[in-house]
Design a binder for this molecule. Structure first.
Ligand code: SF4
Length: 254
């Protein structure tokens, strides 16, 4: 690649980074305070180093653990999975729902976002991630240079847990079969798990989010990245930067 082209790509990446920072609500950038001349030149030397992402790949072979592909069953289409769910009463979450929130987006998406469950607005509209947290996710997707229709968005449970609580293990355990079928139908390159419920379900683990972030896991042939749920960003803006760092790594995989 020519130097000019590399420089152009670098500038575009920087532009996208600052646009995203703006979208995420960061309007100031902290600069190192100048102390002594020698110290400050050391600071600049350090700051000018390119960021190093220490990628530690952990392979968790979910299919082997689940035995999903031991006896290959018929791969269902998203429409067939929706039909299979039907007017589901398989777990107690059906009691309080208005609508089943199946998921939406590109059925051949290379990138799938998985959340934990629908909230009030999602339950009303029968669409995933359309409330405040969803609007933030839409902005994050736009900052990645994508549209919602380019990716696929769904949740572990398809019915709203009361009071926006997290799904209980029996509810997630009953409903996640449909998520696995959706992932099989879509066959994405990258899955982003938003929050610990999604991560623990997709990766068949009880590990905490903090231990799962910062590395790639695998789900069949797909790479899995774990990050914060956008709702957590609304409560704690300090998560914005680490989430954007995760998304930049995901963008490199697409
Ligand atoms: S959450 Fe899933 S398993 Fe439970 S009732 Fe809704 S669709 Fe059925």
């Amino acid at each position: 690649m020519s130097l000019k082209l590399e420089l152009k790509e670098l500038l575009e990446e920087l532009k996208r980074y600052f646009e995203c920072q703006k979208i995420l609500g960061l309007d100031t950038i902290a600069l190192a305070r100048e102390k002594k001349k020698e110290e400050s030149s050391e600071i600049y030397k350090k700051e000018l180093k390119p960021p190093v992402f220490r990628e530690k790949k952990t392979r968790i072979n979910v299919e082997e653990q689940l035995g999903i592909f031991d006896k290959p069953s018929k791969k269902l289409t998203l429409e067939e999975i929706k039909e299979e769910i039907g007017d589901c009463t398989r777990c107690k979450l059906h009691q309080g729902r208005t609508n089943i929130v199946f998921g939406e987006g590109n059925p051949k998406a290379r990138l799938v976002f998985v959340g934990e469950g629908p909230g009030a607005e999602e339950d009303k509209q029968a669409r995933p991630f359309v409330g405040r947290a969803g609007q933030l996710l839409t902005k994050i997707i736009a900052a990645m240079g994508l549209k919602r229709s380019d990716v696929y968005i769904c949740n572990v449970v398809k019915c709203r847990p009361p009071g926006n609580r997290s799904p209980e293990p029996d509810e997630a355990g009953t409903c996640e079969q449909f998520l696995f079928k959706q992932l099989r139908a879509i066959n994405p390159d990258v899955i982003v798990c938003l929050g610990s419920v999604a991560a623990q379900s997709v990766l068949r683990t009880k590990e905490k989010l903090g231990n799962l972030r910062g590395k790639f896991h695998s789900y069949g042939r797909a790479k899995v990245r774990v990050t914060y749920h956008p709702a957590a960003l609304l409560r704690n803006p300090g998560y914005k930067k680490p989430l954007w760092d995760d998304m930049q790594i995901v963008m490199k995989e697409l």
